[in-house]
Write a protein that binds this ligand. Sequence first.
Ligand code: IMP
Length: 181
Amino acid sequence: MSARPYVIDEMISAKEIAARIEALCRDIRHVFPADERLVVVGLLRGSFVFIADLVRELSDRDVEVDFLEASSYGDAMESSREVRILKDLRGKIEGRNVLVVEDIVDTGHTLNHVIHLLESRLPKQLRTIALLDKPSRREVDFRADYIGFEIPDEFVVGYGIDYAQGNRNLPFIGKVRFTGA
Ligand code: IMP
């Protein structure tokens, strides 16, 4: 936990998130065949709440859930350029329909790296969805196929997203505002 005191200002409410997920899933249903299983791959740890809501919204589909963990911020607020796979998928994705779920696309390095890796395994169809996108921070040319909300360059927490491993359990997205020294 940071030594600097801060408060969290709500930016996107739980209700707004739920409505957006409903709309995103309507688009996703058009892309993936209804009679084939969809492998939903969550990037740990930030996507765990988003993926839980997403797969339940897709309860009319045959869905398999898998997880992959790539290194990102560690406990700091700055992204590292070097992406490492800390935990790989349990299942095979060759010839299968895959939806990769990320919490935030910031510089783009993490998802860019992960997508190249997963594409090399020859899925039938691979799409990416990110709850949040900070386009002004991008360092590589990457855009998720589906985006929940575009946000400005603010450090955010909640709905699975952490600051120094805290605040993941907030039901809304809030921005961190440092107060005092
Ligand atoms: P990228 O490789 O720079 O796109 O980093 C993406 C990852 O950085 C996300 O999956 C988050 O784990 C983390 N991240 C980016 N922005 C924030 C933020 O505002 N709050 C918390 N984590 C963030």
